[in-house]
Ligand binder design. Structure first.
Ligand SMILES: [Zn+2]
Length: 298
């Protein structure tokens, strides 16, 4: 079993918030063993990157406590998960993590620049001993016992540039994470982006941080980074959301048409399974409460 890791030194970046459109900056700082990942807000609030802190999964994952909010946390969390950073303090200067290029690439670069140091305690692992599944209509997520973390992710969008895509990978290989997943960008449909702007969201969204699709294809002139960039981005989002477990996961996660709500619902179900009393204290605040169900026979 590997030991916990943190950053060797602080590193910073700045950009714009995807939804607020305002300037946004963060600094990744080293943290003591067993801290986990925590966000530190300008008002001094400390938000653990844990499922109990999730206040919204609409469009992005938002953490909150009291009046403090940090939105769009999933890509920086995915970078830390993918590179095996267990303890870090993420100091933000406002209500949203900078969007950077819509992927985790900039955060991976920051972690590489900072370097990692090993800490004495062993990393925490949640081992899945029996299958668990969450469904929400045609959206499904399940996790089966397996000797290591594996992900099988399938999406199905009725759009000529997406259609059905599937991606399979391990969750504990930083080199493959950096090469195959970190650069996959957020995507959005032009009509939805326009509707979101009408209600004051996606204000910082642009073709420099989002893959934009109109009815016939991809609007960005540079095209795709991977032929299946859309499903790869979903896997990236999943890793960011799995980090809300507060432990590494050992199991095979299989997702059909997933998204943040479903990912976080699985994390909550796993926590409830491992600590029924502690999870019962945590508020269940997913906006679309998915149903827990026995996994389908297979
Ligand atoms: Zn994302």
């Amino acid at each position: 079993m590997r030991r916990q890791r943190t950053l060797a030194e602080p590193v910073s970046c700045s950009g714009v918030g995807l939804h607020s459109g305002g300037p946004a900056a963060l600094t990744l700082r080293p943290a003591r063993p067993d801290t986990g990942i925590v966000f530190e807000c300008p008002d001094g609030a400390v938000l653990p990157a844990r499922a109990a802190s999730v206040v919204s999964t609409r469009l992005a994952t938002t953490l909150g406590v009291g009046a403090a909010r940090v939105g769009t946390v999933e890509h920086v969390l995915a970078a830390l998960w993918g590179l095996g950073v267990d303890n870090a303090r993420i100091v933000v200067d406002g209500p949203e993590v900078p969007a950077m290029d819509g992927s985790a690439a900039a955060f991976v670069y920051l972690v590489r620049v900072a370097g990692l140091v090993e800490q004495s305690p062993a990393v925490r692992v949640m081992r899945v001993r029996k299958p668990i599944a969450v469904t929400d209509g045609a959206r499904r997520i399940r996790v089966d016992p397996a000797p290591e973390l594996r992900v099988t992710y399938r999406i199905d969008f009725a759009h000529p540039s997406i259609g059905r895509q599937a991606f399979e990978c391990t969750g504990d290989d930083p080199v493959r994470f950096e090469r195959e997943l970190a650069g996959a960008r957020t995507f959005g449909f032009l009509r939805e982006v326009q509707a979101l702007r009408g209600v004051g969201r996606a204000r910082g969204g642009s073709m420099s941080n989002t893959l934009v699709l109109d009815d016939s294809g991809i609007v960005n002139s540079g095209g795709l980074r991977y032929p299946d960039e859309f499903v790869r981005h979903k896997v990236l989002d999943l890793f960011g959301d799995l980090s809300l477990l507060g432990a590494r996961l050992q199991g095979h996660v299989v997702v059909e048409r997933g998204g943040h709500s479903l990912h976080v619902a699985l994390v909550r179900a796993l926590l409830e399974m491992s600590h029924p009393l502690r999870a019962a204290d945590a508020p269940a605040r997913a906006e679309v409460p998915p149903r827990l169900s026995p996994p389908p026979a297979s």
